[in-house]
Design a protein around this ligand. Sequence first.
Ligand SMILES: Cc1ncc(C[n+]2csc(CCOP(=O)(O)OP(=O)(O)O)c2C)c(N)n1
Ligand SMILES: [Mg+2]
Length: 586
Amino acid sequence: MGTVEPQVAQSGDVQEVTDGFHLVIDALKLNGIDTIFGLPGIPITDFTRMAQAAGMRVISFRHEQNAGNAAAIAGFMTQKPGICLTVSAPGFLNGLTALANATVNCFPMILISGSSEREIVDLQQGDYEEMDQLAIAKPLCKAAFRVLHAEDIGVGIARAIRAAVSGRPGGVYLDLPAKLFAQTMDAEAGKKSLIKVVDPAPKQIPGTDAVKRAVDLLKGAKKPLIVLGKGAAYAQADADIRDLIERTGIPYLPMSMAKGLLPDTHEQSAAAARSYVLAEADVVMLVGARLNWLLSHGKGKTWGGTDHKAWGDQKFIQIDISPQEIDSNVRIDAPLVGDIGSCVSALLAAIDSNAGSSWAKPPADWLRAIAERKDKNLAKMAETLAKDPTPMNFHSALNVVRDIIKANPDAILVNEGANALDFTRSIVDMYKPRKRLDVGTWGVMGIGMGFSVAAAVVSGQPVIAIEGDSAFGFSGMEVETLCRYDLPVCVVIFNNNGVYRGTDVNPTGGPDVAPTVFVKGARYDKLMEAFGGVGAHTTTPAELRKAMEEAIRSRKPTLINAVIDEAAGTESGRITSLNPTSGKKK
Ligand SMILES: Cc1ncc(C[n+]2csc(CCOP(=O)(O)OP(=O)(O)O)c2C)c(N)n1
Ligand SMILES: [Mg+2]
């Protein structure tokens, strides 16, 4: 229990007192939270010092958005809310994008912001960094709280933790006004006011009728398919999920951050036949995957519909912790609402009692049709990867990354960009759960260095960040953070001189370059060298391989500038079609 200097009470007795600073630290520690990602300043500078003095890991960033992204992904990796700590108004706003992104992605995090004096803020009298932060945060996160009195800190932290991790996880805002930190109270009473949260993310057991409905649908399927989302990865029910897939023999598709839940090389993976299985499957079981844009909203031609809005003929089973997710885009025939661990184990039990060891594998012609397409596509891919063009392109560079991850399956792969994202996702196999961290539901740029810092801090494993040159720019200054904490992060920048490609020209012929084009031939490796890390400039797969192997071996912060053919990418990578095109006749 942190206390401040003893004070002499009116009675003359020496009274141990504590204060807001220490109560917040004690409340976090009591709940097993040992790391804070943040950026100091008024009113939280002393707080960061005291937290460090109390044995917490305080990781300071160069911009709050990166601290927020770090907190969010730490939450995803650990199932404990990641903590981001910011100063008032501008610091808070800088952290807010990460909070909103965490909420959209169902990552548990708590954004703790210091705030200015309530009385002045509420009368809008112009305080230092005045802003009604609570009101602004509220619509962008799962829950938002403010604590005004030291004796309420325990409750405030407990509510924030529960809101972040229970049910569907998400972002929580906790507003701590400057005055709160300085408040004092009796140390013993303070200690008693803290709450160690019991069972912060209670199991949610699915109903037996819902389980039966799902099993019956699966049993009758001629062309079943399982889609694993990042909710399935978050659940840490890895063994049961694998068991379910292997015992039923049903082909599965991993969404991006579910890659590695089973090794991507697993024979039941249908990833290399994605468009075929989505259009053809007759029963699709979604496990922690939402039917959002990433799955074409469960309808249209992707799903065998006759036009872009038409529903296909398949039936859906959906495992999700949130009842409101069900029927959000198309009809869900068998909703299975509960936490993924409980749902999957209930399914396994039902399958056992239903069929014992005699659960029939899916019809052979379905498996054969998938295998044929897979083999064809994988052979085509192998051919492309074997090429060694000059200049290096996404494929020849990623052939190297693919080998490095295969040799280092515990390494964590962070990935952002457009082409740099899409090609990496499809080419680089993952072998273990929660090793691929990327732009998620929004396709947001800027997660790169925040995710990398957190991944290294939380896991101690080497991190490889595959970054588009544009994507990297959003958080690039954090290479100093990588060096400051000496983190085993190898940043590889796929440098194609711009957003999507480096070949656009200004149609006017004027001196400004096109909006998508950067300084050509930039040497990002020198940025890392500026802070004492290792920089490498590579133009061939052989050079890239050598530099990556050295980075993994040395565990030194490394930045590899990988020069990629500036004409190799496509507009927006795989999602070109989402760009609006004018209906105006030319
Ligand atoms: C916060 C944010 N701003 C802008 C975008 C739009 N955007 C999508 S991908 C991308 C960058 C693509 O370029 P790069 O990272 O160099 O990848 P490349 O395709 O060139 O490999 C941008 C700016 C976004 N997704 N998120
Ligand atoms: Mg680029």
